[in-house]
Design a protein around this ligand. Structure first.
Ligand code: 13P
Ligand code: SF4
Length: 299
């Protein structure tokens, strides 16, 4: 059985497996640590392990590598990218910065290391509001690459942001009509959505949270039924933690093909070869690290 082979080999080689909440069930089941993008980066940095296999998309493994330059960070499939992260290039961001030379640049961690290097301060879905609120009102803010997260933060913070026009193709798939139907079918249910969904979907929700926030919220809530507006891997994750509660995907086709590129076979291969290793040139990593660490000082 591949699962036993993986568990045995990771123990023998002293490897820790970190996995994002959107990973397929077979990967979630073999992970040492599961979490959202912020929690996983922190975990990678603080773990007492020299070798980490990161089951997620490339920007997440890169973030871990930037924060842990002395550790070997392995991604089982380096082609697991994030189309949202690729919607902004360092050149295009530099151009926008030239038009707003006094603006503070806030970049979602769903971005490449090169774009982080052009950034003043990073944020995730778990801390975007706190990051924006930490910047004096007198300063302009360039926020990217996710326009939906940006417009949600802008509304919450009550201030204008210069938004990059990027979006997540998976979180763009939800339909407000379908959520209204589901609410009727499940009276008393709570609608939780990720802030990467468009504003009309947030308007139909009770709460907008990152994946780690959803786990905490579902645990604290008295409600028994939740309509989940994010990537479907999250539904398995929630069901595993709270088997007595009901989690209904707002759209079962909301699947991130990139997250799903990580398979047990590739993890096993990575354990055998201890590769592919994620490397970020130190010139880029140093500047990106500063933007990530500034974020971590806030929340
Ligand atoms: P979280 O940080 O909320 O886990 O989200 C990451 C992501 O890629 C959402 O699409
Ligand atoms: Fe990127 Fe969207 Fe996949 Fe998250 S769900 S990794 S934002 S493509």
């Amino acid at each position: 059985m591949i699962k036993e082979e993986i568990l045995d080999l990771k123990k023998k080689k002293g490897v820790s497996i970190l996995a994002h909440n959107y990973q397929i069930p077979e990967i979630q089941d073999i992970a040492d640590h599961l979490g959202d993008s912020l929690a996983l980066s922190r975990r990678a940095r603080d773990l007492d392990a020299d070798i980490i296999i990161f089951c997620g998309v490339l920007f997440m493994a890169e973030t871990a590598a930037i924060l842990s330059p002395d550790k070997k960070i392995i991604i089982p499939d380096p082609k697991a990218g994030c189309p949202l992260a690729d919607m902004v290039t360092p050149e295009a961001l530099r151009e926008l910065k030239q038009k707003h030379p006094d603006a503070v640049v806030v970049t979602y961690v769903n971005s490449t290391a090169e774009v982080k290097a052009e950034t003043d301060i990073c944020c995730t879905s778990a801390n975007a509001l706190e990051v924006v609120n930490s910047i004096p009102k007198s300063r302009e803010i360039i926020f990217g690459p996710d326009r939906n997260l940006g417009s949600w933060v802008s509304a919450q913070a009550g201030r204008d942001l210069i938004l990059w026009d990027g979006y997540c193709i998976v979180h763009q798939m939800f339909s407000a009509d379908r959520i209204r139907e589901l609410k009727k079918e499940h009276p008393g249910s709570v609608v939780m959505v990720h802030p990467e969904v468009p504003p009309e979907i947030i308007n139909e929700s009770d709460v907008a949270l990152g994946t780690g926030g959803m786990i905490r919220f579902a645990g604290d809530s008295d409600s028994n039924t939740f309509i989940v507006g994010t990537e479907t891997g999250m539904v398995y994750r929630l069901k595993t933690i709270y088997p007595g509660k009901n989690f209904i995907p707002a759209f079962s086709g909301a699947i991130c093909r990139n997250m799903k590129k990580i398979t047990p076979e590739k993890v096993l291969r990575s354990l055998k070869t201890l590769g592919p290793v994620v490397t970020v040139p130190e010139k880029i990593a140093r500047r990106a690290r500063s933007a990530i660490e500034k974020m971590m000082e806030i929340k």
